[in-house]
Ligand binder design. Structure first.
Ligand code: PHE
Length: 386
């Protein structure tokens, strides 16, 4: 008796609930991607410790989206950029990327600059079948996560080799110390790749660690100094590097310091001041070395952002959004699987940061540039091909 009665009571109720849900989810889908816009997600460190990275990449990304929309959008629709801030904190990227996918129904995700944060988001995008394009994360593991994960920059085995050759051939040093941030996948990876390449001909006087966000580096710097290196490689982020360099000078450690793309933040100069003068780092792009397309980007960016000169993250953010839009166009669809297929076919794309070809590992084969801090600014020294 009971099941029968229960059924009679529940069926119309369930039916009603079902139709309410169907209408609701139909409306939600309608508001998102089947309406007039195609929703693209972005996660970035807009505030917190590495805000300069996130703000730059966001500005570049936003500028690209605005240009695409002004030119008529993609597949007859405007792109809608949903940006979420991860506060530069571990754990946040996973939360906000889950939200972008589940709540906002984004068709693809752009981000992040820092490798550790891209590594948080990549497995989520991969499992959800949502293509992710990192503008600037250089640790190899990011794209190794799976076939939905791409980047528009080079990777650290290349960057490490570029700086090892630079130390040997340009700085002409054979004894180098390495100082690594143990909290950062980027720093640990770049230290390892630099070491593999440099130690073929050179000698490492010491390999020491710090923890990103530390304020006192004197104990390690004293040990580094006692090893008498001719130069010190610090594959860290600008926030820590500036303090490290100031304290190194205080200890009389005056040999050249050099690092990778993580050095590129305006705070390196505003905090490091004369302590960072003469130091070197590799990065993805220099406004001084750009192609005609690169130069036009610099002018447009300055106009859009009150005279601000774009850095590498801004340029790569711009390129990542442009390449995504191009892939959606050539896929003729906003389906993840189709966008992903189109991304694997990107070849010789004329980007602001140079020609981009997405290789089999879903990384970009590209040149690096080496910059020097001179007169309180970054100066272009040379371009090193892949
Ligand atoms: N490559 C760095 C990383 O993977 C991030 C970065 C990119 C920093 C570009 C500065 C400029 O963590």
């Amino acid at each position: 008796m009971f099941p029968f009665r229960a059924n009679r009571f529940h069926s119309p109720y369930l039916l009603l609930l079902g139709s309410v849900l169907a209408v609701f989810s139909g409306l939600t889908a309608c508001n998102k991607n089947s309406g007039n816009t195609i929703v693209v997600g972005e996660f970035a460190s807009l505030t917190g410790k590495e805000a300069s990275f996130g703000i730059s990449s966001h500005e570049g990304t936003l500028m690209a989206i605005e240009e695409i929309n002004a030119a008529g959008g993609v597949l007859g629709k405007q792109l809608e950029l949903k940006t979420e801030d991860n506060l530069s904190k571990p754990g946040e990227s996973a939360n906000i990327v889950n939200k972008l996918i589940a709540r906002d129904k984004v068709v693809a995700i752009l981000g992040e600059v820092a490798s550790s944060r891209s590594l948080e988001a990549a497995p989520i995008c991969q499992q959800s079948g949502i293509p992710m394009i990192s503008p600037a994360s250089t640790n190899p593991k990011v794209t190794e996560t799976g076939d939905y994960i791409f980047r528009v920059c080079f990777i650290d085995p290349f960057q490490g080799t570029v700086m090892a050759n630079f130390a040997e051939k340009t700085l002409k040093v054979s004894k180098v110390a390495i100082f690594t941030d143990v909290k950062s996948d980027y720093s640990k990876g770049l230290a390892k790749f630099f070491k593999e390449s440099f130690s073929k001909n050179g000698q490492l006087t010491s390999e020491l660690d710090y923890s990103g966000g530390d304020k006192d580096f004197k104990a390690q710097l004293t040990t580094i100094k006692n090893g008498n290196p001719e130069a010190v490689f610090v594959p860290g982020y600008y926030t820590d590097v500036a303090l490290i360099r100031i304290q190194a000078r205080q200890l009389g450690l005056d040999v050249p310091f050099f690092g990778g793309d993580g050095w590129e933040g305006a705070d390196l100069l505003s905090i490091g001041k004369e302590a960072v003068e003469g130091d070197y780092f590799s990065t993805h792009y220099s406004p001084e070395a750009g192609s005609p397309k690169g130069k036009a980007f610099v002018e447009a960016y300055k106009k859009r952002f009150n005279g601000k000169v774009p850095d590498a993250m801004a340029a790569l953010g711009y390129d990542s959004a442009m390449i995504l839009a191009d892939a959606i166009k050539s896929a003729g669809s906003t389906e993840g699987a189709k966008i992903k297929e189109a991304l694997t076919k990107v070849k010789d794309y004329d980007a602001v940061t140079g020609k981009i070809t997405i290789n089999k590992e879903r990384n970009a084969d590209k040149s690096a540039v080496i910059l020097q801090v001179k007169g309180g600014a970054f100066h272009y020294l040379e371009t090193v091909g892949p």
